[in-house]
Design a protein around this ligand. Structure first.
Ligand code: AMP
Length: 288
């Protein structure tokens, strides 16, 4: 596996692979890899001749009061995991390699970036779209893999690719969870043992919401209230948002009559966790 710190190294490998007519899969990550990331890398491995994993804590997607400085890192462990799955190249640039001092070009998707996490993280998705654009251009990947764990990000990247005619296929991958239901996340390591136990409340509440939708409840406010009440029954939990939005424009819905995303962001102590489910009956119908 090639360990590349410089953009030119990645481009050189890509040039060789393209010459041979090989397909390339890209898995963008911020490192501190776990089984959630591994599931994306495995899928990329199955579907492409060459697999690139980017391992970069992207400074421009963090707000001034966020956890950029303390974001967990373990590049050696990341390399081992990527190698064990059979990735061909791991790209781990320094911030100055990605952003020169006079960097001024940003990419953003309006509307979809404004609600949910965008409300409390106003610059986040422009930072994501910008780094993802750079990674697409550097790797010339045929496919890029994103987790449903960050559902808003997935929806935004898909829209950006469609709106701006990028030549890449976006592959969404299901949420990988711990045995007790907590969605795997690099940020789970911030939780104290007690908080870690209590953090399962997100998944428990969402399971109830999903059950209501699947049993035919169409009143979105009723489901939101139920889920919020379950989360708030846990004294360590503080809700940032609990919302049901349409899975296209990410706008709040009152009545469920199409594909929806139910998403939550909750502070457990000082740690902000996100989780969600998507109900897309069009997919169910196709499968029947
Ligand atoms: P991150 O390193 O947190 O930026 O995540 C990199 C990619 O891994 C994103 O596309 C995430 O959605 C995805 N990811 C993170 N956690 C999970 C998980 N538990 N299950 C599936 N995908 C995940």
């Amino acid at each position: 596996m090639v360990i590349a710190k410089e953009i030119s190294q990645v481009k050189q490998n890509v040039r060789e692979w393209k010459k041979q007519g090989l397909s390339i899969g890209l898995v963008p990550t911020m490192g501190y890899l776990h089984e959630g990331h591994a599931s994306l890398i495995k899928k990329a491995r199955e579907e492409n001749d060459r697999v690139i994993v980017s391992d970069f804590v992207n400074p421009i997607q963090f707000g001034p009061k966020e956890d950029l400085a303390t974001y967990p890192r373990d590049f050696e462990a990341d390399c081992k995991l990527c190698e064990s799955i059979g990735a061909d190249l791991i790209f781990n640039p320094e911030p100055c390699e990605m952003y020169e001092d006079d960097f001024h070009s940003y990419v953003g998707v309006n509307t979809l970036s404004e609600g949910l996490c965008g409300k409390s993280r106003p610059i986040h998705f422009n930072g994501v779209c910008t780094v993802v654009t750079k990674l697409f251009n550097i790797t010339e990947a045929d496919r890029a893999y994103f987790g449903q764990k960050d559902a808003q990000q997935l929806a935004i990247v898909r829209r950006m690719v469609r709106d701006l005619n990028y030549n890449i296929q976006i592959v969404g991958c299901p949420i990988v969870r711990e045995e007790d239901g907590l969605a795997k996340s690099s940020r789970n390591t911030y939780l104290t043992p007690e908080e870690r136990k209590k953090a399962t409340i997100l998944h428990k509440a969402l399971e109830e919401g999903e059950r209501m939708v699947n049993e035919g409840e169409t009143d979105a406010n009723k489901i939101v209230e139920t889920v919020r009440n379950i989360i708030e029954s846990e004294p360590l939990a503080k809700v940032d948002y609990v919302e049901i939005v349409d899975w296209n424009e990410l706008q709040k819905v009152e009545k469920i009559d199409g594909p929806i995303l139910m998403a939550v962001a909750v502070y457990i102590g000082k740690v902000r966790l996100i989780d969600n489910f998507i109900v897309d009956n069009s997919i169910v119908i196709e499968m029947v």
